[in-house]
Design a protein around this ligand. Structure first.
Ligand code: MLT
Ligand code: ZN
Length: 462
């Protein structure tokens, strides 16, 4: 470790684990976007809040930028370290600290995986209902940093709804304890909510108190085949009006094609252009009859051409795999990801315009559509064709994202529904946020991170 700044760090925090091997810099310097060449200064792996504070104070002394790092499953480049930053990996701070049965809260360190939180909640007969496909690898800290959504937002809301308290080490090294697990707290600005979704630009989340809830009622999973795009929101309305939905997800035949090529099982003999996977409460005969009524209404109207309902947990998992396996099946194409949202009421018009826009803009590309349509959230993944260079591809996709941004602006939508802005969507932030809003965000960052060292260059340029 020849860098004098790192020597000073090790001296200041003797027990701090530091890594500087090229393989480690490579591993910790990138996230799932795979578009930047990692070039961090080093990786610090603190084991306590005090160590995190000491690292942040050192960073201020030596003016070294910090990239807070969880499971690095992000899709917007928010955890990329490509410019001599210190990666502050929270992976050793991965424990459950407390379960409170009366408050129904679980207090955890930030590096714990989402799936481990699910398991810990289940051990106490409760659930932490935020859920998405990266559950095994992503960290709670990262999910808080992006206000992650996922497949059950339609029923339970985003991560924000489930964070009852936070501890944050600010960009100047102070420790803030925010909201302390309270249900009601009307004592001024709720700084906890400022931190949720701030993408590591204000400080490092070092502890979270999560709300838990009762396990959901028994449910069924149904896969529907749709003949056209314009019936999608009608099918959604037919199901939502009759059932308590736990999820309502959509994908196209192109998405299915890639998941099947990745080993999933073909659901129908015939091919259909669009699919929906939906999960809903089905604990009694009334609910089961309602599900049949929704299905039949859709069939009668010609909105659905086929369907299958899960008969066992194994079959439910199989149907879910068709949706949840999409991201993994596309990874080798290094897709350019769009993650957009509009209000549900704006969805039909937005879908129509977007389809026309992409049809014109991307005739040469394989474009894969899927997403959390019940939340007004659509993922549009553009696959990089063989023979098209990275830079050329990103430039072309960027141009289309600009057009998409204009469409979103007209419909009052967002350029990032749940993945965050990071590096990927930074140039398009103005399609969703006004200049005044961004100026206020910058001002807030200056207060909590006066030297601009926390994840600089992410979300907006400092
Ligand atoms: C998902 O919902 O599967 C991911 O958020 C979307 C993606 O990989 O683009
Ligand atoms: Zn998603």
């Amino acid at each position: 470790m020849s860098d004098p700044r790192l020597q000073a760090l090790q001296q200041a925090v003797p027990d701090l684990r530091l890594k500087t091997e090229p393989a480690d810099l490579e591993h910790y310097g990138r996230d799932w976007t795979r578009r930047w060449t990692p070039a961090p200064l080093a990786i610090a792996l603190p084991a306590s809040v005090e160590e995190v504070q000491a690292v942040v104070r050192w960073a201020n002394q030596h003016r070294v930028a910090i990239v807070p790092s969880g499971g690095r499953t992000g899709l917007s480049g928010g955890a990329v370290a490509a410019d001599g930053e210190l990666v502050l990996s929270l992976e050793r701070m991965n424990k459950v600290l407390d379960f409170n049965a009366v408050d129904r809260t679980l207090t955890v360190q930030p590096g714990i995986a989402l799936e481990a939180v699910h398991n810990a909640a289940r051990d106490h007969g409760l659930v932490y209902p935020v859920d998405f496909a990266a559950r095994g690898s992503c960290s709670i800290g990262g999910s808080i940093a992006t206000n992650a959504g996922g497949i059950r937002v339609i029923r339970y809301g985003n991560t924000r709804e489930w964070v009852a308290g936070l501890k944050l080490v600010t960009g100047s090294g102070e420790l803030l304890t925010l909201n302390r697990g309270l249900i009601k707290n009307s004592s001024g600005y709720d700084l906890r909510h400022l931190v949720i979704g701030s993408e590591g630009t204000l400080g490092v989340v070092v502890e979270a108190t999560l709300r838990l809830t009762d396990p959901p009622p028994p449910s069924n999973v149904m896969l529907l085949a749709l003949p056209s795009f314009d019936v999608l929101m009608k099918v959604f309305a037919a199901f939502r009006e009759r059932l308590q939905l736990e999820a309502f997800e959509f994908f196209t035949d192109r998405a299915l094609h890639h998941v099947l090529a990745h080993g999933a099982q073909k659901p129908f003999e015939e091919t259909h252009p669009y699919y929906v996977v939906t999960e809903f409460a089905a604990g009694d005969e009334i609910q089961e009859a309602a599900a049949m009524a929704a299905f039949e209404a859709c069939m009668e109207n010609g909105w659905v051409s086929d369907g299958v309902i899960s008969q066992s947990d194994a079959q439910a998992a199989q149907l879910w795999r068709l949706r949840e396996g999409i991201t993994e099946s596309l990874a080798r194409y290094k897709p350019y990801k769009n993650d957009v949202s509009v209000r549900i009421s704006a969805m039909p018009a937005f879908l129509e315009e977007t389809q026309a826009l992409l049809g014109q803009a991307y005739p040469q590309f394989d474009v894969v559509w899927f997403g959390h349509i019940g939340d007004g959230n659509l993922h549009i993944n553009v696959l990089q064709p063989e023979g098209t260079g990275d830079a050329e591809f990103v430039e072309q996709c960027g141009h289309v994202t600009e057009l998409l941004g204009q469409t979103l602006k007209r419909h009052g939508g967002s350029i990032s529904a749940e993945h965050g802005i990071g590096l990927v969507k930074k140039p398009y932030l103005d399609s969703t946020r006004s200049d005044e809003e961004v100026a206020i965000m910058r001002g807030i960052k200056r207060v909590l991170d006066p030297n601009g060292l926390m994840n600089p260059g992410k979300l907006f340029d400092s």
